[in-house]
Design a protein around this ligand. Structure first.
Ligand code: GLU
Length: 449
């Protein structure tokens, strides 16, 4: 065993011991650490300085009570969190997730991933994440507003344009960001730079809503260009029906692919004629309805209640998991391969289990990990920060061109780094090493802090 692999094993063992009740965090650690061994072998200074012990420990995390009143007058309490994981590259940056599954383990995995994702964008942002186990589903606007105001009453003490800049994630979209922004403004002062993903009327960036989905498609576009191929006529399995899925579908259609599925937590749609994007947007963005409403309107669509799209057989070359963590396990990965999937681009964070991701790589499937493929969202958030500092709002085409350039450079960093370590097409290794390299260098230069 080399010195680097012994060091990584020792760190993994310690984290497993200390954080044994945090399965998602351990999964992110176990996916990340082994892939950076070859890099550490060439950089003994990071072993000597014990950089991984620093890197895997959040700089700070804040947990707080969020009391709020429902429409019936009952007193309710949820948990609020903000993980400020790493500030070597810049202010903590990362979304807020409102979902009943939210806990410390999930937020630590998301914040840990965010460090390297943000580093890959090449923009000056550190890694953070936060949220609550509050479920906005089924709540009235007034309830969501009261919850957001209470959440921000505490969060406002810990964020700022040069300190920590939250944004959206699952369950946090324009409506929630608007309420959070208003609450911050009342408590502190008007400051456009305290949140990103803001509505366009008050200093949001054009193309931010679209950015994560578009970016996941741009990543694949650059891969296909290398292979001498295009999207034309290729079928795509897409999961999810939030921002990421909707705008991945939009960009796929624009580039000639045929997305045939989408899903929500109750089931999935298979539309043999390809997803009707206008109808999907109407149902999800305007009416905030379930996907059953889509099937009612579209004769070509089947609704599969209670089922996963990854258990469905339909021939497709592309897969865009855009729902949530661990939606694809090993047997579903095998099914995807049997259905002809050649490229998996993760719009969601860690949607493939570790076994599924390793299977994709072993089988020669182009596996584009979330921290690279879905970095477009946070990249445009960082562009929103730049626009806010400039007191300017750039045109959509300008932001989109920058997004495409960033995705190209992320794709190239993954590709080239994998090749440097004789692991051609292993974008998991490429993303992890390329993301880590810059963070480790900055941490080393900043000393033991
Ligand atoms: N929640 C998104 C992510 O997972 C975006 C975060 C941001 O824009 O700060 O990267």
């Amino acid at each position: 065993m080399t010195k680097a692999s012994a060091y990584v094993k020792e760190i993994q063992a310690k984290i497993h011991e200390k954080d044994q009740h945090q399965p998602e965090f351990l999964q992110a650690i176990d996916e990340f650490l082994p892939t950076i061994v070859p890099f550490l072998e060439e950089h003994p200074e990071y072993i000597e300085s014990n950089i991984l012990a620093l890197l895997t420990e959040p700089e700070r995390f804040i947990q707080f009570r969020v009391p709020w009143q429902d429409d019936q007058g009952n007193w309710q309490v949820n948990r609020g969190y903000r993980i400020q994981f790493n500030s070597a590259m810049g202010p903590y940056k990362g979304g807020l997730r409102f979902h009943p599954s939210v806990n410390l383990s999930i937020l630590k995995f998301l914040a840990f991933e965010q460090i390297f994702k943000n580093s890959l964008t090449g923009l000056p942002i550190g890694g953070g994440k936060g949220g609550s186990d509050f479920d906005p589903k089924g709540k009235s606007d007034a309830e969501v507003m009261r919850f957001c105001q209470s959440f921000m009453t505490e969060l406002s003490k810990h964020i700022g344009p040069d300190l920590d800049v939250p944004a959206g994630d699952i369950g946090v979209g324009g409506r929630e960001i608007g309420y959070l922004f208003g609450a911050y403004k009342r408590l502190k002062q008007y400051d456009a730079g305290i949140l990103t993903g803001k509505p366009l009327d008050f200093w949001g960036s054009k193309n931010r809503t679209e950015a994560t989905g578009y970016g996941a498609v741009y990543f694949v576009k650059h891969l296909l260009t290398d292979l001498g191929e295009t999207f034309e006529g290729k079928k795509a399995i897409v999961s999810g029906s939030g921002n990421v899925a909707i705008y991945a579908i939009e960009k796929l259609q624009e580039l000639g692919a045929i997305p045939v599925t989408c899903s929500d937590s109750s089931g999935f749609i298979y539309d043999k004629d390809g997803i009707d994007l206008a109808l999907l947007k109407e149902i999800k963005e305007v009416k905030r309805e379930r996907l059953t409403a889509y099937a009612k309107e579209r004769p070509s669509a089947e609704y599969h209640e209670g089922a996963s799209v990854w258990d469905f057989d339909t021939p497709a070359e592309l897969a865009f998991p855009c729902a949530t963590q661990n939606e694809i396990d090993l047997s579903q990965a095998k099914r995807a391969k049997a259905n002809g999937v050649r490229v998996v681009s993760e719009g969601a964070n860690m949607p493939s289990s570790l076994e599924a991701a390793e299977y994709f790589i072993e089988e020669g499937i182009f596996y584009c990990p979330g921290k690279a493929a879905n970095a477009g969202g946070v990249a445009v958030s960082a562009l929103e920060m730049s626009q806010n500092s400039q007191r300017l709002q750039w045109e959509k085409a300008e932001v989109d061109a920058k997004l495409d350039d960033i995705m190209k450079s992320i794709y190239e960093a993954c590709r080239d780094t994998a090749e440097t370590f004789d692991q051609k097409n292993n974008f998991m290794l490429g993303a992890n090493v390329a993301g880590f390299e810059k963070v480790a260098k900055a941490m080393f230069a900043q000393g033991l802090v």
